[in-house]
Design a protein around this ligand. Structure first.
Ligand SMILES: *Cc1c(COP(=O)(O)O)cnc(C)c1O
Ligand code: SF4
Length: 358
C-alpha cells in the first residue's frame, strides 16, 4: 500500500491538464508550458496552495515555467561546474562538492518535490544537462578517507525523496565514520510535501545520538507555510532534528519589506530558525528573478534588524565558488576615532562607545 506521501508523488502535477484542475492558466503561462522543453512539476499538496486566478501568485511563479527563462544576460555558462569546483585538481566522486576544508556537500539524488524555476542547480536538477553519478557508496568511501571533513551536507535534488531504508543506510554509515561530527540535510519537502515527515522517517533521523542531524528547508514566501508544515516541523524538532531556513531572494516574490518581514516572522511562529537568505545565483535562465546584489542587505536593514525579534535575522549571503560571502548593511558604524566609535541604529539614532585600544 502506498503511503500518503508516495501517493502525492504518484499524482504528481506535471501536465497542463493536471495543473488546470488547480488554476486558470494565463496566456503567458500556457505559452511557456507548451513551448519550453524543461522539467517542471509540483506535488498536488503544493499545487493546492496556488491562487486560482492570480498569475503573480508566489507559488505559481516558483513552479510554472516562464518564457523569461529563455533570456539570459547574466547567467554563467556551466555555472555548476564553476560553483561546485568540479573542474579542480582534487579527485573527488561526482557526488561530493567541495568549497571548504571541514565540510562538503553530498549529492544523493536529482529528483525533487518541486522544480523551482530559480534553482541554481538547474543544470543538474531541472535541465539534466549535467550528468553526474550518484553513487552513495563511492561518496561514503571518499568521506571515510578524509578525516579533515567533520560536517556532511546531504543535498540533491531532494534527499528526503529517498526511501526510509536508503536514508537509514546513509545516516547509519555516516555515523559510523569516527570523524563525522554532524549531518545536515537540505530538503524542501517539509514545505512542498509535509506528508513525507512520517513516523518512519522520524525514526531514521530522530533520537539522541553522538552525531546530530540538522535540517535546512527552503521557504521563500509566507504563503508556503501551512498548518501541515508547522506540524511537520514540530515533529522533526520533537525528534531532535533542528530546523532552519535557507530562503532565496526573488524579485517580485519576497523582495519587498512587508513580505520579507512577514516571511521571517512566520518562520519563527512555526519554529523554523532563519539561517540564510541567498542572493539568486548567476545560473542561466533566471535573470527575471534576480534583484540587485545589495538588495538582501537592504531588506535586513529596513525590515528586520531592530524592527523585530532578533531571532528573525538570517544572514544574507552570496554563494560563490569560493564559499558563501556575507553581505551586511553597512550603516552600523558611522565613525570611529582614536577615542570613540559612533554607532547608528535602525531608527537612524546615533550613540557613542569608547574605542578601546589593543
Ligand atoms: C553551502 C555549502 C556548504 C555549507 O556552508 P555553511 O556556510 O557551513 O552552511 C558546504 N559545502 C558546499 C559545497 C556548499 O555549497
Ligand atoms: S528543491 Fe532545491 S534542488 Fe530541487 S529544484 Fe528546488 S531549489 Fe533546486
Amino acid at each position: 500500500m502506498k503511503t500518503e506521501w508516495q501517493q502525492q508523488m504518484r499524482d504528481y502535477v506535471d501536465t497542463i491538464e493536471k495543473l488546470e484542475t488547480y488554476i486558470n492558466l494565463s496566456d503567458s503561462e500556457r505559452k511557456a508550458l507548451e513551448t519550453l522543453q524543461t522539467t517542471w512539476g509540483t506535488t498536488p499538496y503544493f499545487a493546492s496552495l496556488m491562487d486560482r486566478d492570480d498569475p503573480n501568485c508566489p507559488i505559481r511563479k516558483q513552479v510554472i515555467p516562464s518564457m523569461h527563462e529563455t533570456e539570459n544576460r547574466f547567467g554563467m555558462k556551466d555555472y555548476l561546474i564553476w560553483k561546485e569546483n568540479r573542474a579542480t585538481d582534487e579527485i573527488r566522486p561526482d557526488c561530493i562538492a567541495r568549497q571548504y576544508k571541514d565540510r562538503v556537500a553530498f549529492t544523493v539524488t536529482q529528483v525533487c518535490g518541486i522544480y523551482c524555476r530559480h534553482c541554481f542547480r538547474k543544470e543538474l536538477v531541472v535541465d539534466k544537462d549535467l550528468k553526474l553519478s550518484f553513487d552513495v557508496d563511492e561518496g561514503l568511501k571518499w568521506i571515510a578517507e578524509h578525516p579533515e571533513v567533520r560536517d556532511i551536507l546531504i543535498t540533491g535534488g531532494d534527499p528526503f525523496l529517498l526511501s526510509d531504508e536508503q536514508l537509514d543506510y546513509l545516516v547509519s554509515k555516516l555515523r559510523e565514520i569516527p570523524h563525522i561530527q554532524m549531518i545536515r540535510f537540505g530538503s524542501r519537502l517539509p514545505v512542498v510535501l509535509p506528508q513525507r515527515i512520517t513516523p518512519g522517517l522520524l525514526k531514521v533521523l530522530g533520537g539522541y545520538h553522538r552525531v546530530p542531524i540538522w535540517l535546512n528547508t527552503q521557504v521563500n514566501h509566507p504563503k508556503e507555510i501551512t498548518e501541515q508544515t508547522a506540524k511537520a516541523v514540530y515533529d522533526l524538532l520533537s525528534s531532535g532534528v533542528n530546523v532552519g531556513n535557507q530562503a532565496v531572494l526573488l524579485k517580485g516574490i519576497n523582495d519587498d519589506v512587508e513580505t520579507f518581514r512577514e516571511l521571517h516572522l512566520k518562520l519563527l511562529r512555526v519554529r523554523i530558525r532563519p539561517y540564510y537568505v541567498f542572493y539568486c545565483e548567476p545560473a542561466p535562465g533566471m535573470d527575471h528573478f534576480r534583484p540587485r546584489v545589495e538588495k538582501g542587505a537592504e531588506l535586513i536593514r529596513d525590515a528586520l534588524r531592530g524592527h523585530t525579534t532578533g531571532l528573525a535575522q538570517p544572514m544574507y549571503v552570496i554563494a560563490t565558488n569560493i564559499g558563501k560571502i556575507p553581505l551586511m548593511p553597512d550603516y552600523y558604524i558611522q565613525d570611529s576615532t582614536d577615542t570613540e566609535y559612533t554607532l547608528r541604529n535602525h531608527l537612524g539614532q546615533e550613540t557613542t562607545i569608547p574605542n578601546v585600544p589593543e
